[in-house]
Design a protein around this ligand. Structure first.
Ligand SMILES: NC(=O)c1ccc[n+]([C@@H]2O[C@H](COP(=O)([O-])OP(=O)(O)OC[C@H]3O[C@@H](n4cnc5c(N)ncnc54)[C@H](O)[C@@H]3O)[C@@H](O)[C@H]2O)c1
Length: 314
């Protein structure tokens, strides 16, 4: 439809696609896209439209960042996760065998067009996975969004239009505010990574069989628990977070046994790690994150991790 619209306006456009899924988020796909762009006579005045989920957004955005040293791109996200999170903020990346999102660039899209009706065809599991990021926004930044989700979890799950609009617009506003305050993640932007240190490690350990949002949900349970054990967050609120995740159909545990040493090993690839020290971001109360000396990223030693993870990985 998009292609037809462009052609009717006499705008030269071509469709380039690649197989769906995280396994396509790599440099081979970028190379494939670059070849196709060259075949189709793309130059520095051309633009890419990333029409698809987070994988298309990340790969399309990264290709736009590096093709001829950077061309513009537009995000048209078609999954809930991409509409509430990955299409906004200009982080683009591909994975390498050693870890997720290791090769990437900050490259802001010129526009982001969000149409919630695109979600009608989205499979249930993908839809639920996207809700994890919305819960995350509630925990890290917006208590009223968190409470809205508690009150309206059924409407959200049945994709009622008003509920969808509310969670999508709230999420975009929150992400925009945080990214504008700290575009290159010098401090506050790291709070968007709540639950993601574990999530990225779990995704990798699972061989990318679990969905990103599912891993984020389990990751928020893990990070939240570390926050409780470090004395930053109350057990009651941690339980409340987990109840909300569950009511939305999100998992709290992986469906395989996770070895804590393997998890810790994988934490080292996290981009928040500094000088081999593993860093986490932690809730202080629902709607607000913990800081120490004004810094959101808080170091956790391997000893602490070994101690605390035992309680939460069963
Ligand atoms: N750049 C960022 O800031 C950022 C933030 C969060 C996540 N991410 C990345 O996003 C990726 C996950 O994105 P995702 O969850 O959108 O997964 P995805 O892009 O793999 O899409 C999930 C599946 O849904 C299908 N699909 C997409 N839109 C559809 C629709 N409207 N109807 C039916 N099917 C549809 C896709 O073909 C795919 O099979 C991960 O790689 C993650 O690292 C990036």
């Amino acid at each position: 439809r998009l292609l037809k619209g462009f052609r009717e306006e006499d705008i030269k456009a071509c469709l380039i696609d690649f197989p769906a899924g995280e396994k396509s988020k790599n440099l081979d796909t970028v190379h494939y896209l670059v070849k196709r762009l060259l075949e189709n006579n793309f130059d520095r005045k051309s633009a890419i439209i990333a029409l698809g989920g987070g994988v298309v957004g990340d790969v399309g955005g990264f290709t736009a960042a590096v093709f001829m040293r950077g061309i513009p791109y537009i995000q048209v996200p078609t999954t809930l996760l991409a509409q509430v999170d990955s299409s906004i903020g200009g982080k683009t990346a591909v994975d390498v065998p050693e870890g997720k999102n290791i090769i990437g660039a900050f490259h802001q899209p010129k526009r982001v067009y969000i149409d919630p009706s695109l979600l009608e065809s989205l499979p249930e599991r993908e839809f639920i996975s996207g809700l994890a990021e919305v819960v995350k926004y509630g925990v890290i930044y917006d208590r009223s969004l968190f409470e809205y989700m508690e009150r309206n979890h059924e409407k959200i799950r049945s994709r009622e239009k008003d509920a969808l609009l509310h969670i999508i617009t709230s999420s975009c506003r929150i992400k925009k505010e945080i990214v504008e305050e700290d575009p290159r993640e010098e401090n506050k932007r790291a709070i968007l990574n709540y639950g993601h240190t574990s999530a990225h490690a779990l995704e990798k350990i699972s061989g990318y069989k679990c969905l990103h949002g599912e891993a984020v949900s389990v990751g928020m349970r893990i990070s939240g628990w570390l926050a409780v054990r470090k004395g930053f967050w109350s057990m009651d609120e941690w339980r409340r977070q987990n109840r909300l995740l569950e009511s939305l159909g999100l998992p709290l545990k992986m469906d395989f046994k996770v070895d804590e040493n393997e998890l810790i090993k994988n934490f080292h690839y996290d981009k928040k790690a500094e000088d081999r020290t593993i860093m986490f971001v932690f809730p202080k109360r629902i709607g607000e994150m913990m800081t120490i000396n004004g810094r959101y990223k808080i170091p956790v030693s391997e000893n602490e991790l070994r101690n605390f993870l035992k309680d939460v990985l069963w």
